[in-house]
Write a protein that binds this ligand. Structure first.
Ligand code: AVJ
Length: 321
């Protein structure tokens, strides 16, 4: 019975807690203090991010989904047959479901995500819906030096990087990241990437300051995680969420602001916080279509197609190395 039930396998290359501690100590030793955004995505943080994507102010996910819905035919025609999908930061897999429906030629799906929990729930659901495709998960930090699992087939590849997650890198880092993938892929492969567009500051402001305070909880959760995994004693409730659009840099910057002066100890290391001092937790860069295409060209990619939603809030780009 049930021979066709959820078949997938996961390779666990998750960062170890020592690696996380090293990055935390490193980031908090910088001025201004900072923490890498990938630390947001523990089990709780991944759930909070899912909740963010459903907030009325957070237009990004809905806009990208609307684009995906409208481009089924042109996308199916552009993408090679057969193809292996490789998705970076696959998260809950909600958008992947749409992609797999639209791309019957995708025989294999490789999901790379920092959260093992998110991978398990995404792959178990997807592999039950799509019985005749192969599913592989890799729990890893795809931003670190990273090579694809040897077990994947020799099909042409479609690299999928949705949600405007590239925006977490500053433009030189983003260019380097795209360059690395251009070099690792061949000319029959392709990239499908979602990029949030520059727009009116108030729309951006609300997207990162939702009325229910989910983004604030998501931001603070990183301290709860560090307390738990690194044996730190951050007074989590004495840090406020602050997100602002820095138009001169075309980015949202997200901070945790200390309410008062205090010291925090992390695995025997002590950090001093001034009253009002901020920890930078995330940048989210926004591009115009031309700005992104220029960056991509400089990184060795040829833009072949770009689509936007009716409100011009978000863009989806198809490129070849
Ligand atoms: C997952 C990086 C695309 O920058 O919009 C959402 C993360 N941070 N709300 C983004 C995020 C605050 C998100 N990315």
């Amino acid at each position: 019975m049930n021979q066709e039930r959820s078949r997938y396998h996961i390779i666990d290359r998750q960062p170890k807690s020592e690696d996380i501690l090293t990055e935390v100590l490193d980031g908090l030793s910088q001025r201004p203090k900072r923490l890498p955004p990938k630390l947001f995505y523990d089990a709780q943080g991944s759930l909070l991010f899912e909740a963010i994507t459903k907030q009325p102010e957070y237009y990004l996910t809905r806009a990208e989904q609307a684009i995906l819905d409208h481009i089924q035919e042109p996308l199916q025609a552009l993408v090679p047959h057969p193809v292996t999908l490789i998705e970076l930061g696959s998260g809950s897999g909600a958008k992947t479901r749409q992609l797999l429906r639209h791309l019957p030629q995708a025989t294999t799906y490789v999901a790379i995500d920092i959260s093992l929990d998110a991978l398990h729930s995404a792959l178990s659901a997807l592999s039950q819906e799509f019985l005749h495709r192969q599913f592989i998960g890799v729990a890893a930090d795809y931003g670190a030096a990273f090579s694809l699992p040897q077990t994947i087939d020799k099909n042409p590849k479609l690299l999928v990087y949705l949600g405007s997650t590239l925006g977490n890198f500053d433009p030189p880092e983003a260019q380097e990241f795209l360059e690395r993938w251009a070099q690792n892929l061949s000319s029959c492969d392709a990239l499908l990437i979602g990029i949030d567009l520059k727009k009116q500051a108030s729309i951006l402001h609300h997207a990162y300051n939702d009325a229910k305070g989910i983004t604030a909880a998501f931001n603070r959760n990183v301290l709860t995680r560090i307390n738990r995994e690194c044996g730190a004693n951050f007074p989590v409730n004495h840090f406020s969420h602050h997100a602002e659009y820095q138009a001169q840099n075309g980015r949202i910057a997200m901070y945790l602001v200390s309410h008062y002066a205090h010291r925090v100890s992390i695995a025997g290391h002590e950090f001093v916080f001034e009253q009002g001092e901020r920890i930078l937790t995330e940048y989210s860069y926004k591009y115009t279509i031309t700005e992104f295409q220029t960056l991509a060209r400089q990184a060795g990619w040829i833009p072949l197609a770009v689509w936007t939603d009716p409100r011009n809030a978000f863009s989806l780009h198809y490129l070849r190395p």
